[in-house]
Design a protein around this ligand. Structure first.
Ligand code: AMP
Length: 184
């Protein structure tokens, strides 16, 4: 079973597509955004530390996210495959992930960049209405994406791991393109 990373701007449809692909492949969908939102809702120590960053559209500090991912990926359901959604989010986290995968002697097979133009992203995010989807926060999250996350596209392209999928098309077409991307 594959080990996949999903990249893409907030609102690119990563969460939906990663979830659907994970259940089709019977592997866990690991979304750092979902895990962090659960921690915030449960008011755990992690949640309390993460909340103010999330409310502003900033990245939560790397170490908090890395500890969370380390715990999750060590669980038994992750031994045969996984989809990481929302992690890594910057080059430092990509380095952390390399170290973590080496520790557990696993490898990432493919990195999918779900590509959607910025103007479409803004319209989608405004329509979504999540708690952190106010216009200022959306603008900041997009800025953070361009500054910190989008360099990962070149990072994984250089390593010959990258597949680009057009996320700006009918949802079933996105899924079939995704399936062909992971099989090539
Ligand atoms: P998402 O659901 O992926 O859009 O994430 C929602 C928010 O959670 C982001 O705006 C960040 O504040 C935080 N977050 C999610 N994943 C990460 C990560 N890998 N590193 C730092 N912050 C993250």
């Amino acid at each position: 079973m594959p080990r996949l990373i999903f990249l893409g701007a907030p609102g690119a449809g990563k969460g939906t597509q990663a979830q659907e692909l994970a259940s089709a492949l019977h592997i866990p969908h690991i979304s750092t955004g979902d895990l962090l939102r659960q921690a915030v809702a449960a008011q755990t120590e992690l949640g309390l530390q993460a909340q103010s960053f999330m409310d502003k559209g900033e990245l939560v500090p790397d170490q908090l996210v890395l500890d969370m991912i380390r715990d999750r990926i060590h669980q038994s359901d992750c031994q045969t495959g996984w989809i990481l959604d929302g992690f890594p989010r910057n080059v430092a986290q990509a380095g952390d992930l390399d170290g973590l995968l080496e520790e557990i002697q696993q490898n990432c097979d493919r990195v999918i960049n779900l590509d959607v133009p910025d103007d479409v992203i803004v319209i989608r995010l405004l329509a979504r209405g999540r708690a952190d989807d106010t216009e200022d926060v959306i603008r900041r999250r997009l800025q953070v994406y361009h500054e910190k996350t989008s360099p990962l596209i070149a990072f994984y392209r250089d390593r010959q791991k990258l597949a680009v999928v057009n996320g700006n098309q009918e949802i079933n077409l996105v899924m079939s393109d995704l399936k062909s991307a992971i099989n090539t």
